[in-house]
Design a protein around this ligand. Structure first.
Ligand code: GLY
Length: 370
């Protein structure tokens, strides 16, 4: 059940390999990249407790030595202090320009370690071993790396493509249901932004996916990664089309800021709510059929996902404040908010032309329904 997706970036092409039990075979996959049989692994401590030994054994079978650093789980690890910890440790381990660094964990570790690899000795290669659904379908592919600033998320970083991505779909079985389903927000996003058939497939197969059916999980990750790889190959540095991958993210980032980047709202949950709001806004602007937002919300609800602002516990700021938080988004161009809207399910597009009042109305109604 091994699927391989090629990311076609001239001079920096790499593969995303997807399937169960890849951790135990990591040595076979990573060995061809090495000039000496040694890798430095940086892992999320929670993930390390569950999977580092399997990775170690997978490397040992191919005679590859491993040194490992564990970092605390959570978004606050994507910070200057932990970046320094990573870089200092990699230098102390005498990682050289031709060595390979391995990131074992979810999106936080992938982004942080990828950025450390980007700046260490002006760039060393790294392998992404994403262990969350979100990281497998989104953040491990495409080379966005970085840390958060006090002014906002992901504001410091670099494009640095991995040399290989190993997405072990068996590992998804150790995620909490909440983390798994939050990552599903990014899976649905692909159907919504560019592939109505995939969305329909998810409507039919979402339940099996959530229940743990491995073939369905591999297929969902494969189709998501294929879409991402195609978009990244056409627009690596987000001059245009890549922005479609941010469907739902302008709303999401404002909601994450409003909830303090805490576990009141996980990123994938915010993406799901954001997608629902983006379709609501599109419908109100007369861009897509009125049925489209209801169909999006019905599927998200069927999957047990957060869909509405009422699904977020605790207080939220008013619509004007949320709109202001949207303005902090790094996708603002010349001070103008850019939205990803949709003409249909599977038909998203980027626009800077959204009346402020229309966004305010959507937010006010969503807040009033709480
Ligand atoms: N997560 C959006 C992107 O990689 O462009």
């Amino acid at each position: 059940m091994l699927e391989t997706i090629d990311v076609h970036l001239p001079g920096r092409e790499y593969q995303v390999r997807i399937g169960p039990d890849l951790l135990g075979q990591a040595g076979t996959h990573i060995a061809p990249l090495l000039t000496r049989p040694r890798v430095a692994v940086i892992a999320d401590a929670t993930v390390a407790a569950l999977h580092l030994e399997t990775l170690h054994q997978g490397l040992t079978t191919q005679g590859i030595d491993m040194v490992a650093l564990e970092l605390p789980p959570g978004e606050s690890t994507k910070s200057w202090p932990h970046l320094q910890t990573c870089v200092d440790w990699l230098l102390a381990q005498k990682v050289e320009r031709r060595d390979v660094v391995v990131a074992l964990g979810g999106g936080v570790i992938g982004d942080l370690v990828g950025f450390a690899a980007a700046i260490l000795r002006r760039g060393v290669r790294f392998v992404q071993v994403p262990t969350s659904l979100l990281a497998q379908v989104d953040s491990s592919v495409g080379g966005k790396t970085g840390i958060n600033a006090s002014q906002g998320k992901n504001l410091i970083g670099a494009f640095h493509q991995p040399a290989l991505v190993l997405a072990d779909t068996a590992v998804l079985g150790t995620l909490t249901p909440r983390d798994f389903i939050a990552g599903y927000g990014e899976v649905v996003k692909y159907g919504l932004l560019g592939d109505a058939d995939f969305f329909e497939w998810l409507e039919g197969n979402g339940a099996a996916l959530a229940a743990g059916d491995m073939a369905t999980r591999v297929e969902a990750v494969r189709r998501s990664v294929q879409m991402k790889a195609d978009i990244v190959a056409r627009d690596e540095t987000e001059q245009g089309e890549r922005a479609l991958l941010n469907l739902g993210h302008t709303f999401c980032h404002a909601l994450e800021a409003a909830t303090g980047y805490s576990d009141r709202l996980l990123h994938g949950e915010g993406v799901a709510i954001g997608c629902a709001l983006a379709f609501e806004l599109s419908s109100r602007l007369g861009l897509c059929a009125q049925e489209a937002p209801s169909r999006v919300r019905a599927h998200l609800k069927m999957m047990g996902m957060k869909t509405d602002l009422s699904d977020i516990d605790g207080d939220l700021p008013d619509a004007a404040h949320l709109l202001e938080l949207m303005g902090q988004d790094k996708k603002v161009v010349d001070g103008q908010l850019r939205f990803i809207l949709a003409r249909s399910i599977g038909g998203a597009f980027v626009t800077g032309d959204v009346p402020r009042d229309a966004v305010m109305d959507v937010l006010e109604d969503a807040l009033a329904a709480r």
